[in-house]
Design a protein around this ligand. Sequence first.
Ligand SMILES: *Cc1c(COP(=O)(O)O)cnc(C)c1O
Length: 458
Amino acid sequence: MSEKAIPYKIYLEEHEMPTQWYNVRADMKNKPAPLLNPGTLKPMTAGELGAVFCDELVKQELDDTTAHFDIPQEIRDFYKMYRPSPLVRAYCLEKELGTPAKIYYKFEGNNTSGSHKLNSAIAQAYYAKQQGLKGVTTETGAGQWGTALSMACAYLGLDCKVYMVKCSYEQKPFRREVMRTYGANVTPSPSETTNVGRKILAEHPGTTGSLGCAISEAVEDATTHEGYRYVLGSVLSQVLLHQSVIGLETKAALDKYGIKPDIIIGCAGGGSNLGGLISPFMGEKLRGENDYRIIAVEPASCPSLTRGKYAYDFCDTGMVCPLAKMYTLGSGFIPSANHAGGLRYHGMSSVLSQLYDDGLMEATSVEQTAVFDAATKFARVEGILPAPESSHAIKVAIDEALKCKATGEEKTIVFGLTGTGYFDMVAYGKYNDGEMQDYIPTDEDLAVGFAGLPKVDL
Ligand SMILES: *Cc1c(COP(=O)(O)O)cnc(C)c1O
């Protein structure tokens, strides 16, 4: 196929959208380690998980062998409102860089929540509704997950309680109001409404909160109220499963034009967009059918894959959640307050952690001013104002394209553009005013988080 025949945006037809999610764990030889009960340190049973999560989602969480799960019709109908999402050939960026590389990005920002998170939010809300629950509780950091879940709950008529990390609650009032407009109840975390919130406030007065702390509050709220379950927007294997829709669409669009990527790049916070984007490609790699370079990009200020330890750790600060084996900075790690780029979670999906530990993917970390340089360059030529999180992937895609420029190689690069940055204008403002600073934790800083890792002998 001649290059000119490739359109600026590759859209799939509605009937080409995936009808099943793909579970990459089914093809992994080394399965991710099981979640452990924080009290007994034994693998969590379905019954124990069912006290916190919806039953159908527990099944998905524990299933390491079923490769394909049907996407229920009601979820597919919802997906149709904003999917298939376009795979864009970044012709303008290529020209700007003067690179022979071919750059594509899968754009997940074309819905009001502004990110890929809606793909899992609608699935989790759907299963809660199926179970006859009244509502769900959750945490949100930057606010995208809470927004996505609020939209999904509004659509299905479910109650939605969101614990929002206090610094975001204060810095992003518009995000908060979007959630409230969709009918969600939004509480700044840590709050006085839960035991764990009161405890954290007593120990750390004036704290601006963390994701780990908001998770503890949301879990406590769900487990102490009849008819509620807790839902999580990243990290869990079920979330990667739902997000596989991103990778399946990407692969279908590339296949339509006979394009094989050399490098696949995604930003990594808890790992859900990256896990979803790479799933079908990683599946081919695991089955020995094809090879790809896969790169996770994380902030230098929260470097779980590149500088963390692969160990069992708490998923939350209050230590009420199951333990997960993952690359982690320790559940007590809180990134510098200067850090504006999202991706602040202390750990990483146990699926991605295992794949990384097995050498099946790479990871790199980038500093935030370089991320905003890349975001600005991208916005000016491609027109989309990217989320800071997504811009981590842009930065590394640009770096790889510039390497191709130096060597003359015509590699094909695909990256995930997870969302838009309209609610990150305070951070963009800092960058535009030249006031943004980089912060890289020292080994001593990280040692504090590692010291809090639980001792688990299996
Ligand atoms: C939440 C979010 C991320 C990071 O989360 P993952 O689970 O690592 O994908 C990245 N980009 C955007 C726009 C987000 O909202």
